[in-house]
Design a protein around this ligand. Structure first.
Ligand SMILES: C[S@@+](CC[C@H](N)C(=O)[O-])C[C@H]1O[C@@H](n2cnc3c(N)ncnc32)[C@H](O)[C@@H]1O
Length: 231
């Protein structure tokens, strides 16, 4: 019996399942020694972004950074922007901790908790400048579709945390999810498609991600969506 087939109905349906995955020695060491320096503790209360990033630079949030390579690359390339990465997968957190330490950057911090709860409780209204969700778990099977992160309710939660004029950038390598994303985002109150009606972003300004590379090897296409919070 798995958590997916037999969910505990007292718990909210989550967009992820934590699988027991082996940590490399380097990831374990990073978790043991670097956690306090770069992981922001989430204790079911509002995070103080000014304390996390003591400057006036814009804050980009990435949900589900996976192994973190692309997030690290963006943070290194944009020293005048702050990045807050959210991920529950321990090996990825370990790997990114190692990368942050090695590169010496100060503009990238991690929250290792369910991003939906962090958005709900931890982020203030109109507090972030950009939201990135690259290759969220596609939950292919129809009966699992409801676990997908991109749903109307979540999008309205995200909208409330974005500043007016701030952008949300989504990407997927799963065509059905791309169609679903476009439908949800096009119908969402308060957003405008930066690429025109039903348009995808053909030349996105992001590094290639690990999950994307895997999809391309399997012959998948890639769809990026860029929407702006209008109201
Ligand atoms: C398919 S992977 C993609 C990872 C990465 N963005 C990439 O493209 O390589 C999706 C990731 O999202 C994370 N995730 C899913 N739901 C999440 C949530 N609610 N909060 C935090 N992380 C989440 C999963 O743990 C997983 O690592």
């Amino acid at each position: 019996m798995t958590d997916i087939e037999h969910p505990d109905h007292n718990r909210p349906l989550r967009s992820f399942v934590i699988r027991a995955s082996r940590l490399t020695a380097a990831q374990q060491k990073a978790l043991d020694t670097l956690w306090e320096g770069y992981v922001v503790p989430f204790q079911n209360e509002l995070l103080d972004l000014n304390e996390i990033f003591p400057n006036q630079n814009p804050v980009t949030v990435e949900i589900g950074f996976g192994m973190g390579d692309s997030l690290l690359e963006m943070a290194i390339a944009q020293p005048n922007a702050n990045f807050l990465g959210m991920e529950v997968h321990r090996p990825g957190v370990g790997k990114l901790l190692h990368g942050i330490e090695e590169s010496g950057i100060k503009n990238l911090k991690i929250v290792s908790h369910d991003a939906v709860e962090v958005l709900e409780v931890g982020l203030a209204i109109e507090s972030i400048d950009r939201l990135l969700i690259y290759f969220p778990d596609p939950w292919h099977k129809k009966r699992h579709n409801k676990r997908r992160l991109i749903q109307s309710q979540f999008v309205q939660l995200a909208r409330s945390r974005l500043k007016i004029g701030a952008e949300i950038h989504l990407a997927t390598d799963w065509e059905h999810y791309a169609d679903h994303m476009m439908e949800v985002m096009s119908d969402a109150e308060g957003f405008e498609n930066n690429m025109g009606l039903q348009g995808n972003w053909k030349t996105p300004d992001r590094p290639e991600t690990k999950f994307e590379r895997r999809g391309i090897k399997l012959g998948h296409g890639v769809w990026d969506l860029l929407f702006k919070r209008l109201t």
